[in-house]
Design a protein around this ligand. Structure first.
Ligand code: GTP
Ligand code: MG
Length: 412
């Protein structure tokens, strides 16, 4: 499967089923009571984080993903069936954004999140009978499901991120450290997508996950080269290992890398430095590098020299740094339609009026405009709730056009 770390598509919850208009017809009872049942709620679209998937590729070419609508209610107070939910598996490490920002960070296997709630089913005429209105012949329509445009971003979860210029030997090092087999090439930009390897899986030590990303170049954090897109994949690693080609201006490379990490907001992250390709250097140069890079590890991914010591050091650091840090909890509370007249707003539009507010818009959506009794109820609710009064105070007169959501009617 191709590695895809970004996907953009629309999700839509199922529409709620309509309530039903029905009257109970029993023998010898001339006028049965209203018994129209409620419509079922629409299904929701739900994301689930799983370790069985490592890419967002299943969503690369999707445009709209919907859940089922709820069934309509029927006579004898039978409620309509609820619409089925649509379950979408995403890799662990997927972050969910909409136009307002981060909605959820699915960093634990099994975590789930409702991205589009299904619409509420409408009530049937059975629920509108009162002592003064014994035979209501109207029902509510079901509400449309939530709809939003999503951006999913995968950030692979690793303990150690390898960062280095192209050709420094990051992929070679990952091969030497783990069973992972990333491509190694003697040209820059061999690695095009992040690769993960588990180190010490087969020994008795504490295994940890290393991420190899495409090489960074100067200006990466401003979008140059390939590395910038991939820095986010190491943004959650506890430890960054700077891999420098010891045979080619390691000081310059270090400067470039530190500047890029700084620009990417990663300068506070613990780092360890590995000077790679020391098999190409004589003892004099090695001694020089030990002086110039105190604390750095001299290794050769090719011959394996120094790699064991480096690995043990990294293992210890990872252990001391403790649990893999989750992203700061910026998860926003999921917004579900909650009725409130408070948000009521009245404005003017082309000589008419616009009424905005969650509950009033819900009421308009639920109204069965084909049914005179349904329209009457809409009118009554507007009066009861003060919307009519508010419109009058705003200057509305008989015959003026009023729009609520997508519904336009004459004020009376
Ligand atoms: N002599 C020597 N060559 C090495 C060593 N490590 C890597 N190389 C060579 O350096 C070249 C680049 O190695 P890669 O592992 O692909 O480098 P990389 O950092 O992953 O490069 P990008 O994926 O392009 O960023 C290859 O030709 C490797 O064989 C080493 O320790 N010694
Ligand atoms: Mg590579």
């Amino acid at each position: 499967m191709q590695f895809v770390d970004e996907a953009r598509f629309t999700v839509r919850g199922g529409r709620g089923g309509d309530g039903s208009v029905s009257f109970n017809r029993e023998k010898y009872k001339p006028r049965g009571g209203p018994d129209g049942g409620r419509g079922g709620d629409g299904g929701s679209v739900v994301l689930h984080a799983t370790e069985d998937l490592t890419t967002l590729e299943p969503y690369a070419r999707r445009q709209v993903i919907k859940a089922d609508r709820g069934r309509h209610g029927s006579g004898n107070n039978r409620a309509g069936e609820r619409g089925g939910d649509t379950h979408l598996d995403v890799p662990v490490g997927t972050q969910v954004f909409d136009e307002h920002g981060l909605l959820a960070d699915l960093s634990e296997p099994g975590a789930s999140f409702v991205v589009a709630q299904g619409g509420e089913g409408g009530r049937g005429n059975g629920s509108f009978a009162t002592s003064t209105r014994q035979a209501p012949a109207f029902r509510e329509r079901g509400l449309p499901g939530e709809e939003r445009e999503l951006l999913l971003e995968l950030k692979v979860l690793s303990d150690v991120g390898l960062v280095g210029l192209p050709n420094a030997g990051k992929s070679s090092l990952l091969r030497t450290l783990s069973a992972a087999r990333p491509r190694v090439g003697d040209y820059p930009f061999t690695t095009l997508t992040p690769q993960l390897g588990v180190v010490d899986e087969k020994t008795h030590k504490n295994p940890f996950v290393v991420a190899d990303i495409p090489g960074l170049i100067s200006g990466a954090s401003e979008g140059r080269g390939l590395g910038n897109r991939f820095l986010r994949h190491v943004a959650r690693a506890r430890l960054l290992a700077l891999v420098l080609d010891a045979s080619e201006d390691p000081e310059g490379a270090q400067g470039t890398l530190l500047a890029e990490l700084h620009a990417a907001g990663l300068s506070e992250r613990p780092t360890v430095t590995a000077l790679n390709k020391i098999d190409l250097l004589d003892e004099e140069l090695r001694a020089y590098l030990r002086d110039a890079f105190p604390g750095a590890y001299l290794i050769s991914a090719a011959s394996g020299e120094g790699v064991g010591v480096f690995r043990d050091h990294v293992e210890g650091m990872v252990r001391r740094l403790g649990e893999r840090a989750a992203m700061p909890a910026t998860e926003r509370e999921h917004r579900v339609y909650r009725p409130t007249w408070k948000g009521l707003q009245i404005g003017r539009e082309n000589g008419g009026f616009v009424v905005a507010g969650e509950e009033v818009e819900r009421l308009a959506l639920k109204t069965d405009w084909d049914n005179p009794e349904g329209i009457e109820r809409f009118q009554r609710e507007l009066e009861k709730s003060g919307v009519v009064g508010a419109l009058r105070r705003a200057g509305a007169e008989e015959g003026d056009e009023v729009r609520i959501g997508g519904t336009v009617f004459d004020f009376r």
